[in-house]
Design a protein. Structure first.
Length: 234
Protein backbone atom coordinates (compact mmCIF):
# COMPACT_ATOMS: atom_id res chain seq x y z
CA UNK A 1 0.00 0.00 0.00
CA UNK A 2 1.07 3.59 -0.45
CA UNK A 3 3.87 4.81 -2.66
CA UNK A 4 6.47 2.50 -4.22
CA UNK A 5 8.97 5.31 -4.29
CA UNK A 6 11.94 4.33 -2.11
CA UNK A 7 13.38 7.81 -2.16
CA UNK A 8 12.85 10.56 0.43
CA UNK A 9 9.41 10.74 2.05
CA UNK A 10 7.15 13.08 0.15
CA UNK A 11 4.23 15.10 1.51
CA UNK A 12 1.86 13.51 -0.99
CA UNK A 13 2.50 9.97 0.19
CA UNK A 14 -0.69 8.06 1.03
CA UNK A 15 -1.41 6.55 4.44
CA UNK A 16 -4.01 3.98 5.43
CA UNK A 17 -5.51 2.85 8.70
CA UNK A 18 -7.26 -0.49 8.82
CA UNK A 19 -9.75 -1.39 11.55
CA UNK A 20 -10.97 -4.88 12.29
CA UNK A 21 -13.78 -6.16 14.46
CA UNK A 22 -15.27 -9.53 15.05
CA UNK A 23 -18.89 -9.97 14.13
CA UNK A 24 -21.39 -11.66 16.36
CA UNK A 25 -19.87 -10.57 19.71
CA UNK A 26 -22.05 -8.63 22.18
CA UNK A 27 -21.37 -4.93 22.58
CA UNK A 28 -19.09 -4.03 25.42
CA UNK A 29 -20.81 -1.80 27.99
CA UNK A 30 -18.91 0.22 30.57
CA UNK A 31 -20.67 0.99 33.83
CA UNK A 32 -19.98 3.94 36.08
CA UNK A 33 -18.31 1.63 38.55
CA UNK A 34 -15.75 0.75 35.88
CA UNK A 35 -14.71 4.40 35.35
CA UNK A 36 -11.78 5.54 37.51
CA UNK A 37 -12.65 8.22 40.06
CA UNK A 38 -10.33 10.84 38.57
CA UNK A 39 -11.89 10.41 35.10
CA UNK A 40 -15.42 10.54 36.56
CA UNK A 41 -14.54 13.82 38.27
CA UNK A 42 -13.29 15.30 34.98
CA UNK A 43 -16.47 14.20 33.16
CA UNK A 44 -18.70 15.64 35.91
CA UNK A 45 -16.81 18.96 35.86
CA UNK A 46 -17.08 19.27 32.08
CA UNK A 47 -20.82 18.51 32.13
CA UNK A 48 -21.44 21.19 34.76
CA UNK A 49 -19.38 23.74 32.80
CA UNK A 50 -21.37 22.93 29.66
CA UNK A 51 -24.67 23.50 31.49
CA UNK A 52 -23.43 26.89 32.78
CA UNK A 53 -22.24 27.92 29.29
CA UNK A 54 -25.59 27.00 27.75
CA UNK A 55 -27.42 29.03 30.40
CA UNK A 56 -25.17 32.05 29.81
CA UNK A 57 -25.73 31.86 26.05
CA UNK A 58 -29.49 31.55 26.55
CA UNK A 59 -29.58 34.61 28.82
CA UNK A 60 -27.42 36.54 26.34
CA UNK A 61 -29.83 35.73 23.51
CA UNK A 62 -32.78 36.93 25.60
CA UNK A 63 -31.23 40.30 26.40
CA UNK A 64 -32.26 43.29 24.30
CA UNK A 65 -32.81 47.05 24.35
CA UNK A 66 -35.85 49.16 23.44
CA UNK A 67 -36.20 52.91 22.88
CA UNK A 68 -38.78 54.73 24.96
CA UNK A 69 -39.93 58.28 24.14
CA UNK A 70 -41.42 60.45 26.88
CA UNK A 71 -42.00 64.09 26.03
CA UNK A 72 -38.75 65.46 24.64
CA UNK A 73 -36.70 62.70 26.25
CA UNK A 74 -35.70 59.35 24.81
CA UNK A 75 -33.95 56.60 26.74
CA UNK A 76 -32.63 53.16 25.88
CA UNK A 77 -34.03 50.55 28.26
CA UNK A 78 -32.32 47.25 28.98
CA UNK A 79 -34.74 44.32 29.17
CA UNK A 80 -35.22 40.73 28.01
CA UNK A 81 -37.52 38.94 25.61
CA UNK A 82 -38.87 36.89 28.53
CA UNK A 83 -39.86 39.99 30.54
CA UNK A 84 -43.54 40.84 30.73
CA UNK A 85 -45.08 44.15 29.68
CA UNK A 86 -45.72 44.89 33.37
CA UNK A 87 -42.05 44.38 34.23
CA UNK A 88 -40.94 46.57 31.33
CA UNK A 89 -43.31 49.38 32.37
CA UNK A 90 -42.00 49.23 35.94
CA UNK A 91 -38.43 49.42 34.67
CA UNK A 92 -39.26 52.37 32.38
CA UNK A 93 -40.81 54.29 35.27
CA UNK A 94 -37.66 53.77 37.34
CA UNK A 95 -35.40 54.95 34.51
CA UNK A 96 -37.49 58.11 33.98
CA UNK A 97 -37.80 58.52 37.77
CA UNK A 98 -41.59 58.82 37.66
CA UNK A 99 -43.57 58.90 40.90
CA UNK A 100 -46.99 58.46 39.29
CA UNK A 101 -49.18 55.44 39.92
CA UNK A 102 -48.61 52.47 37.66
CA UNK A 103 -52.24 52.55 36.50
CA UNK A 104 -51.69 56.12 35.27
CA UNK A 105 -48.85 55.09 32.96
CA UNK A 106 -48.80 52.98 29.82
CA UNK A 107 -46.54 52.14 26.90
CA UNK A 108 -47.59 52.31 23.27
CA UNK A 109 -46.01 51.42 19.99
CA UNK A 110 -44.55 54.58 18.48
CA UNK A 111 -43.92 55.66 14.88
CA UNK A 112 -40.86 57.91 15.25
CA UNK A 113 -40.67 59.54 11.76
CA UNK A 114 -44.32 60.64 11.87
CA UNK A 115 -44.53 61.02 15.67
CA UNK A 116 -47.67 58.88 15.85
CA UNK A 117 -48.87 56.94 18.86
CA UNK A 118 -49.93 53.50 17.70
CA UNK A 119 -51.24 50.28 19.22
CA UNK A 120 -51.55 49.81 22.99
CA UNK A 121 -50.98 46.70 25.10
CA UNK A 122 -54.04 47.03 27.31
CA UNK A 123 -55.10 43.71 28.82
CA UNK A 124 -51.73 42.10 27.97
CA UNK A 125 -49.81 43.20 31.06
CA UNK A 126 -48.64 39.67 31.90
CA UNK A 127 -47.67 38.78 28.33
CA UNK A 128 -43.97 38.48 27.45
CA UNK A 129 -42.34 41.00 25.15
CA UNK A 130 -41.56 38.28 22.65
CA UNK A 131 -45.23 37.33 22.45
CA UNK A 132 -46.12 41.01 22.06
CA UNK A 133 -43.60 41.24 19.20
CA UNK A 134 -41.59 43.88 21.02
CA UNK A 135 -38.20 43.14 19.51
CA UNK A 136 -34.75 44.76 19.94
CA UNK A 137 -34.64 48.52 19.20
CA UNK A 138 -38.44 48.71 19.16
CA UNK A 139 -39.66 52.30 19.62
CA UNK A 140 -42.24 52.83 22.35
CA UNK A 141 -43.91 55.91 23.79
CA UNK A 142 -44.74 56.43 27.46
CA UNK A 143 -48.10 58.03 28.24
CA UNK A 144 -48.95 59.50 31.65
CA UNK A 145 -52.38 60.67 32.79
CA UNK A 146 -53.98 62.10 35.91
CA UNK A 147 -56.30 60.16 38.23
CA UNK A 148 -59.42 61.84 36.86
CA UNK A 149 -58.40 61.29 33.22
CA UNK A 150 -58.95 58.28 30.99
CA UNK A 151 -56.57 56.88 28.41
CA UNK A 152 -57.86 57.23 24.85
CA UNK A 153 -58.58 53.99 23.03
CA UNK A 154 -56.49 53.18 19.98
CA UNK A 155 -58.48 53.41 16.76
CA UNK A 156 -56.69 51.77 13.81
CA UNK A 157 -59.06 53.58 11.42
CA UNK A 158 -57.72 56.99 12.42
CA UNK A 159 -54.92 58.40 10.27
CA UNK A 160 -52.70 61.44 10.71
CA UNK A 161 -52.55 64.22 8.14
CA UNK A 162 -49.99 67.01 8.11
CA UNK A 163 -51.56 70.29 7.06
CA UNK A 164 -49.37 73.10 5.75
CA UNK A 165 -51.15 76.45 5.63
CA UNK A 166 -49.64 78.56 2.86
CA UNK A 167 -47.87 81.68 4.08
CA UNK A 168 -46.09 84.43 2.17
CA UNK A 169 -42.30 84.67 2.12
CA UNK A 170 -41.70 80.95 2.62
CA UNK A 171 -38.04 80.26 1.94
CA UNK A 172 -38.00 76.46 2.35
CA UNK A 173 -40.33 73.51 2.14
CA UNK A 174 -39.11 71.63 5.19
CA UNK A 175 -41.12 71.19 8.38
CA UNK A 176 -39.04 73.75 10.27
CA UNK A 177 -40.22 76.47 7.86
CA UNK A 178 -43.72 75.21 7.11
CA UNK A 179 -44.60 74.26 10.70
CA UNK A 180 -47.34 71.79 9.73
CA UNK A 181 -50.33 71.11 11.93
CA UNK A 182 -51.04 67.43 12.60
CA UNK A 183 -54.69 66.40 12.65
CA UNK A 184 -56.33 62.99 12.91
CA UNK A 185 -59.19 61.99 10.65
CA UNK A 186 -61.12 58.80 10.01
CA UNK A 187 -59.65 56.65 7.26
CA UNK A 188 -63.04 56.30 5.57
CA UNK A 189 -64.30 59.77 6.46
CA UNK A 190 -65.74 62.25 4.00
CA UNK A 191 -64.03 65.31 2.58
CA UNK A 192 -66.60 67.53 4.28
CA UNK A 193 -65.44 66.22 7.66
CA UNK A 194 -61.83 67.05 6.81
CA UNK A 195 -62.74 70.59 5.74
CA UNK A 196 -64.72 71.08 8.96
CA UNK A 197 -61.73 69.94 11.01
CA UNK A 198 -59.44 72.26 9.07
CA UNK A 199 -61.73 75.17 9.94
CA UNK A 200 -61.42 74.36 13.63
CA UNK A 201 -57.77 73.33 13.81
CA UNK A 202 -56.00 75.61 11.34
CA UNK A 203 -58.63 78.35 11.76
CA UNK A 204 -59.13 78.86 8.05
CA UNK A 205 -62.63 80.02 7.01
CA UNK A 206 -64.41 77.60 4.72
CA UNK A 207 -64.65 80.15 1.90
CA UNK A 208 -60.83 80.34 1.82
CA UNK A 209 -60.34 76.58 1.51
CA UNK A 210 -60.39 76.55 -2.27
CA UNK A 211 -58.87 73.13 -2.95
CA UNK A 212 -56.77 70.40 -1.38
CA UNK A 213 -53.88 68.79 -3.20
CA UNK A 214 -51.41 66.08 -2.34
CA UNK A 215 -47.88 67.38 -2.54
CA UNK A 216 -44.80 65.29 -3.17
CA UNK A 217 -42.07 67.61 -2.01
CA UNK A 218 -39.30 65.07 -2.47
CA UNK A 219 -40.00 64.90 -6.23
CA UNK A 220 -39.75 68.65 -6.75
CA UNK A 221 -37.01 70.02 -8.95
CA UNK A 222 -37.16 73.44 -7.36
CA UNK A 223 -37.37 74.31 -3.69
CA UNK A 224 -39.30 77.59 -3.86
CA UNK A 225 -42.36 76.13 -5.59
CA UNK A 226 -43.85 72.66 -5.40
CA UNK A 227 -46.33 70.85 -7.58
CA UNK A 228 -49.39 68.69 -7.32
CA UNK A 229 -48.79 64.98 -7.89
CA UNK A 230 -50.99 65.19 -10.99
CA UNK A 231 -49.33 68.19 -12.61
CA UNK A 232 -46.19 67.96 -14.79
CA UNK A 233 -42.72 68.75 -13.50
CA UNK A 234 -41.74 72.43 -13.24
Amino acid sequence: FGSDDKGPVRGSASAYMLMYRKAGLPKISVGTEDIPDYIAEIIDKEEKEEIVQKQVMKERELKMQVKVFYGDNVKVIDTTRASTYEQLLSNVMKVFELKEKVQNCRLRSYNVPNQIMQDTYTGKENTTLEELRIYPQKSLALEVKKDEETFADFDPNMIQIKVNAWQPNITALDEAALKPVRIFVRRFGKLAELIEMLEKTVEIPREFILYLSLIHICRCRRYAVCRSRWSPYH
